[in-house]
Structure formats: C-alpha cells, structure tokens
Design a binder for this molecule. Structure first.
Ligand code: CUA
Length: 330
C-alpha cells in the first residue's frame, strides 16, 4: 500500500507536467503521430501481457491452493518442453509485432529527411539556451523558433558545449545535440499555434530551465516574419532608450547580436521584445528583465551571462532600449 501510495503521488505529480502543447500524447504533426502510434502499439501489447499473466497467476493461486487434509510437499515438476517452447515463442512473436512498425517508421523518418522542399533550420544548443539559424533565409534568432505550418522542417542539430537534446513533444523528437557533430531530424506542424520545447538531456545546473518556444505560423505569415527579421531596425525614440542603446553597444554587443551585427556567444536579441519570456523562463516584462540584468546567476544558475554590475538607472535605460526590439506581431 505504501508503494501504491508513492506511485499514485508520482502519477499525480507527473500529471502536473501536462502543459498545453507539451505532450507527446497529443500529437500535432505527422512525426508525432507516427511516434504516438508506436507508443500505443507497445502500450497495448504490454497491457495484454500484464492481463494474461495476472489471470494465470490468479488461477494458479486458487486452483493449487493448500486444501484441508493436504500435508507434505506436493508433486514437484521439473522441465516441460511444450511449455518452454510456448513461452519462448510468444514473446518472440510479440517482439516481431513491435519491431516491424518500429523499424519501418525509423526508415521512413530518415528517408523523408532529404526533402528538397523542406526548410532548413540549424539548431545549436548552448548552456542553457537555443540558437536557431535559417541558412537559406540568412536570419538567426534564439529561444523562440518560428516555423511555417504544413511544411517539412529539416533540423541540423549540434551543440556549442556539452550534450543536450532537442525535443518538441507535441511535434516529435527527441534527438541529441552533440558538440562537433550534426544530427538530423525533420518535423512538421499541421496547425498554427504555440508549441513548447525542452532540453531532454541532463546538461548542467539549469538543464530544467532550458526551455524554448515554437511559433508555428501560416506560410504567408511566416514569410512576413522572415522579411521583417531581415530588415529589422531598432530606432529608440526616447532619450532613455537611446542611452540604453549606447550601453548595449558598449557592453552587450560583443556576445549578443542584433540583426547581423554582434557576437554569437549569447542569444541573438533581434526580436527580443516579441518573446514571451526573459532568459527562456521569466515572463517578459520590465521588472523581470531588470531582475535578470541585476543578477543573472540568481535566475538561471550556471549560465554564462556575466553580472555587468550596472547602476539601476543604466539598467532602466537598457530595459527601455530592449523593449523597442519588436519585429513582428502575427
Ligand atoms: Cu540542455 Cu539539458
């Protein structure tokens, strides 16, 4: 009972993880659907095996229980060729039933990867954020991935530091991102909407905070977004924002890029004000951005953002400037 209770609590706890569009059990695209069909098949087979074993177990308990008047050790049976063959052949057949669709789908997925019409996205995982580059479109972004619906997206997955894993449960996955190596995977979203992604490989202190967001847009809107990203220009209007821009150029541009200008060590911030979250985890508002700038380690332990020790009024200017980094509202 104690174990059952603990198990029940664990199930309740895990049920709490069911955020909208963050579940492999509600597939939203062809890859996720194929993977879900395999999950259903293996779950069905496992439930079948469980039920048959429990039925036989219960039957044996009752049928061969000790009855009044029975004494001593009952007849001992050693070896039974028929039974042994039976319980070897049945699992073998069940494994074949699982293996055939699994291998077929695995080959289908790898064959589909080389699709000429697909949009290529290069994904680079970093401790603890995601970099997204569109080599054919000449744009880069971070944390929020934008994709068109109804189109295959080819992902080239790599890492800048340690092993991470790229996973968008509702669309499919997951696949490791390894330093110095490129893994390939494709996904497709059918409906426009927001899907959530996670790092699925323990990668350091803030592994659990390494979330990202997928914005699936209608193809026409995606093109609008891509065009807006290419021609993005920030024109801070207020004096405070202009001062913030100067601070940014002096202290931040070495690592963070805006448009094509700047470093690649830290997230590209071209469309920062369009993002739902600061550092991938806090709601994107001025208070939280100020909190992040004041002490990045307190928000996301182990990340590489240095504490710039800015004066509160400089942080305010920087926050004002970063709020102007809007590119596209679908
Ligand atoms: Cu990156 Cu876990």
């Amino acid at each position: 009972w104690r174990q059952l209770f603990l198990f029940g609590m664990l199930a309740l706890f895990l049920a709490g993880c069911g955020r909208e569009n963050l579940s492999a059990l509600t597939p939203q695209g062809p890859v996720a659907e194929m993977q879900f069909s395999l999950m259903k098949l293996s779950a069905l087979i496992m439930i079948g095996v469980f039920v048959v074993v429990i039925l036989i177990f219960t039957y044996v308990l009752i049928r061969y229980r000790k009855r009044p008047g029975q004494d001593g050790i009952p007849k001992q049976v050693e070896g039974n060729h028929k039974l042994e063959i039976l319980w070897t052949v049945i699992p073998f057949l069940l494994l074949i039933v699982m293996a055939v669709p699994t291998v077929t789908i695995a080959f289908d997925l790898s064959k589909e990867y080389t699709n000429k019409d697909a949009l290529v996205v290069k994904v680079t995982a970093h401790q603890f954020w995601w970099e997204f580059e569109y080599p054919d479109l000449g744009i880069s972004t971070a944390q929020d991935l934008y994709i068109p619906t109804g189109k295959k997206i080819q992902f080239d997955l790599t890492s800048a530091d340690v092993m991470h894993a790229f996973w968008i449960p509702a669309l499919g996955g997951k696949m490791d991102t390894n330093p110095g190596d490129s893994n390939k995977m494709w996904l497709q979203a059918e409906k426009p909407g927001i899907y959530y992604g996670k790092c699925a490989e323990l990668c350091g202190a803030s592994h659990a905070l390494m979330d990202f967001k997928v914005n699936a847009l209608e193809p026409a809107k995606f093109d609008e977004w891509a065009t807006a990203m290419k021609s993005a220009e920030s024109t801070p209007a207020t004096a405070s924002a202009q001062q913030g821009q100067q601070i940014f150029q002096k202290s931040c541009l070495g690592c963070h890029a805006i448009g094509a200008e700047g470093g690649k060590l830290a997230p590209n911030l071209t469309n920062f004000a369009d993002r739902q979250r600061v550092a991938g985890i806090l709601e994107n508002n001025p208070e939280n951005l100020d909190k992040w700038l004041a002490d990045p380690q307190a928000v996301k332990p182990g990340n590489l953002m240095p504490n710039l020790n800015l004066k509160p009024e400089d942080r305010k200017a920087l926050v004002d400037y970063m709020s102007t980094l809007k590119v596209y509202q679908p």
